[in-house]
Design a protein around this ligand. Sequence first.
Ligand SMILES: [Zn+2]
Ligand SMILES: [Zn+2]
Length: 434
Amino acid sequence: MTESLLIKNVQVNSPADGIFMQGDILIKNGLVAAVGENLSDDSANIIDGTGLTALPGLVDIHVHLRDPGFTYKEDIITGCQSAAAGGVTAVCCMPNTKPATDSPEVIKYILEKAQNAAARVHPVASISKGLCGEEMTDFAALKAAGAVGLSDDGRPVENGRMMLDALVKGNENGLKVVSHCEDLAIINGGIMNEGEYSRQLGVKGMDRASEDSVTAREIALAAASGTPVHICHVSTKGSVELIRDAKRRGVHVTGETAPHYLFFTDEKLLSRDALRYRMNPPLRTAEDREALIEALMDGTIDAIATDHAPHSVEEKQNFEEAPNGVVGLETSFSACYTKLVLERGMSLEHLVMLMSVNPAKIMNIQGGSIAVGKPADIALMDLNCVWKVDPEKFHSKGRNTPFDGSSLAAKPVMTLLEGKVVYKDNERNWGENK
Ligand SMILES: [Zn+2]
Ligand SMILES: [Zn+2]
């Protein structure tokens, strides 16, 4: 039996397909069957899309699902529910799990558990076994098992020779290398951005050069080998300038940044609140924040990813000792819409490129399109509402968000994964559905 769903009277914005219209989307057997005006299908369930905007499901290529090993922080099922609640239909999950995602067995575990999850999960495998930076993993076997990329995220690859080999062998195996740029010797135990506020607090800082020097190295290695590299969570003006220059020179480099870097600066750390404000890379200065926004506006940075990093409230209590990271899946679209579209005048189309089309392209995964015949991965957004972030309502197990209590514009209200409703905002009045 054919299962049909008809979304009526919705504003459709899908830049990869050149679709910008008010109309209907017909979905059959999980695929987009038609996008147009006055569509009808007698057997279809109807969703009234009046006042809503349909986007291709968001693609978040930097997420920590914490599974296997740290399921008290998050697991594959809750992480994907959190994604769905944020309009995200595909995630790339990072390999710093326990055991690390360094073998086909762990990839298999992740993909099996993700089969019935509320988002599509694409594992990023580790470059080195156990993320120890010593012995490289078997890229061909990891690719065959379903990995889409390579990274030691959570840690840098300290040895430049190993990174160069990873870029070349990753490229041969069709696996994008994504780099966490950090020089641990410069960090030397620092816990926040090095500057005025770290000095005021009397705590060890993380100099911006710790990030920039490794960004520069990755660009040099990509240029030398003629292979692509993706720079994770860009947080500094220096890294932005390095990427901008490299792109001008034709180096195959792409970059992502995260919503929290567009809002907050290291001044927030004066609160000594690790739960909300400690992550790595750390919140930087107003100058860095402005450079990141400009880099998104001018195309220097290609993608927005959350670096969703859930931790328990307990382990985040001690300011100095707390692990790094904040959650982001359920606030990313609203935060970026508020900051970039409403405050800075970015087009919605451009934001969809940054949050769906480009990330799918960078990792070579499904997404970014609602063309006929494609899987119906669709996010319905209410762009006209303003809501207050309440972490207690998160689907994630994590409550560690800098957006706690923030008023944000635009809200994901329904998410479809292959035509199946995987999230519905029950606080919204949906009227009488057939
Ligand atoms: Zn990282
Ligand atoms: Zn990360």
